[in-house]
Design a protein around this ligand. Structure first.
Ligand code: GLU
Length: 466
């Protein structure tokens, strides 16, 4: 049978890093094997599920390019199907009605805790006939003997004794089906061959296998992915900063950098760190997934992002950078070609937000000079140097790198000074202290008019100091 994987988020928040990693691994596995990737929205928790979260999940997947072949399927639209399966289990006596009161169950729990036992349902209604007319839940009749073996593709063999598993509620008093039942029905109906999900679900798996067996349905293969930790060793959460995938877009990350980062969160292929999408699809396998938790490392994500900023087509980066420049009140169509600015600046930033910040000066005069740099570069002697350079720049026939360079050479020759005596104040005057490439190129991109204006401003600034 051809491979079918699924991503089954509960829409109770945005798409976070952990969810995106699960989606990526399922997507990669399907792509690698020429299979199908199904999206299923597990929205049966009506109190916590929102349309807003569904949209956020879809938006995150679209941004990352994790396109699905089928779905999204909504569990809330499948209640009839779940109820039919529950009725089937009841008819075969594989499930039963339970009318144990909350008080009884609470007391049972307390007593078990006091006796240092694992809290579990004691099977009180297993052999009782409870009328359908009284308020009740439906429980799955878990086998009481034997064991369940989960042959996990990441964890290896996990064996659980049936005696450890109690009779799970599969339909609540209000008639709504519960998570384990809906997952079992959906995985079977959607013909999922490989369930790839976070290892927080590992303890549900033996129960799900028992239900699949009771229903005489095929058991898929399982792969439980290791947990993701923050850099402090605790489970990754909001506390560690941006965990919403879309926050990474706002923070200036490229989707391919985040995907590349995510693929290495719990999976490795030798020492390789940089993977194109095609390489990921080709090389990904479940055997390469680690058992141990993986720690989130922002420095590594930044390093990958810097790599992709440097190596991507500048026109594409220009397109993406425009909105970040817009956030700084800059219209990049009014000034030098953005792609040229990007080629000049891209070695100096790890995110598009940083790239926008250090590129703003090409389009807009800056507010002030950094104190330290000004104290160093703007000495009284710089006035004459800047004035001489300004005259030379005003006369340059064509404002481009080579002729700007000649004008700078002429300036230092006339004044009999070293290049640094010109370079330092000139760079600060024109860039406001922002990281920048060779001065002649910087000046060319800033343009003659803005360069001269900024030189005048620097001269006035030094004169004011005096
Ligand atoms: N809906 C579950 C969750 O968001 C995932 C269930 C599964 O993958 O089986 O945690």
């Amino acid at each position: 049978m051809s491979v079918r994987t699924r991503f089954a988020p509960s829409p109770t928040g945005y798409l976070h890093v952990g969810g995106a990693r699960t989606a990526l691994f399922s997507w990669l596995y399907a792509r690698k094997h020429g299979g199908r990737f199904v999206l299923r929205i597990e929205d049966t928790d009506l109190e916590r599920s929102t349309q807003e979260s569904v949209n956020a999940i879809l938006e995150g997947m679209t941004w990352l390019g994790l396109e699905y072949d089928e779905g999204p399927f909504y569990q809330t639209e499948r209640f009839d199907r779940y109820n039919a399966v529950i009725d089937q289990l009841l008819a075969k006596d594989l499930a039963y009605r339970c009318d144990c009161s909350k008080e009884r169950l609470d007391k049972l729990r307390e007593d078990q805790m006091a006796a240092k036992q694992k809290p579990r349902y004691d099977g009180c209604c297993r052999n009782k006939t409870v009328s359908a007319e009284v308020p009740h839940v439906i429980r799955f009749r878990n086998p009481s003997d034997g064991e369940v073996v989960v042959d996990d593709l990441v964890r290896g063999k996990v064996v659980v004794a049936n005696a450890e598993l109690d009779d799970l509620i599969i339909r609540r008093t209000d008639g709504s089906p519960t998570y384990n039942l809906t997952v079992v029905v959906d995985d079977a109906d959607m013909q999922i061959t490989h369930v790839i999900r976070g290892d927080d679900h590992l303890n549900n798996t033996p129960r799900q296998i028992n239900m699949l067996k009771a229903l005489e349905l095929p058991v898929p293969k399982y792969a439980h992915l290791p947990m993701i930790l923050g850099d402090d060793g605790a489970r990754l959460s909001k506390r560690h900063g941006a965990v919403s995938v879309m926050q990474y877009l706002r923070d200036g990350y490229l989707p391919e950098a985040l995907l590349n980062y995510l693929v290495r969160l719990g999976w490795s292929h030798g020492d390789q760190e940089v993977f194109s999408l095609d390489e990921m699809i080709e090389l990904f396998d479940l055997e390469g997934v680690n058992k141990a938790p993986s720690a989130f490392n922002t420095d590594k994500l930044r390093w990958l992002n810097a790599h992709y900023i440097k190596s991507s087509d500048p026109l594409r980066i220009a397109h993406l950078l425009s909105s970040h420049l817009g956030d700084l009140g800059i219209d990049p169509t009014d000034g030098p070609e953005l792609a040229d600015v990007i080629v000049a600046q891209r070695e100096r930033a790890a995110t598009l937000v940083e790239l926008a910040q250090i590129s703003a000066f090409y389009y807009k005069d800056f507010d002030s000079y950094p104190d330290k740099a000004a104290a160093k570069a703007f000495k009284p002697a710089a006035i004459e140097v800047l004035q001489t350079a300004r005259r030379a720049f005003a006369e340059v026939a064509e404002w481009q790198r080579a002729s700007i360079h000649e004008a700078m050479e002429a300036t230092v020759a006339v004044l009999g000074i070293g290049f640094g005596k010109l370079g330092q104040p000139l760079r600060l005057a024109v860039t406001g202290g922002n990281p920048s490439p060779d001065l002649d190129l910087t000046l060319e991109l800033v343009g003659r008019e803005a360069s001269l204006r900024r030189i005048d401003r620097a001269i006035a600034y030094i004169q004011d100091l005096g």
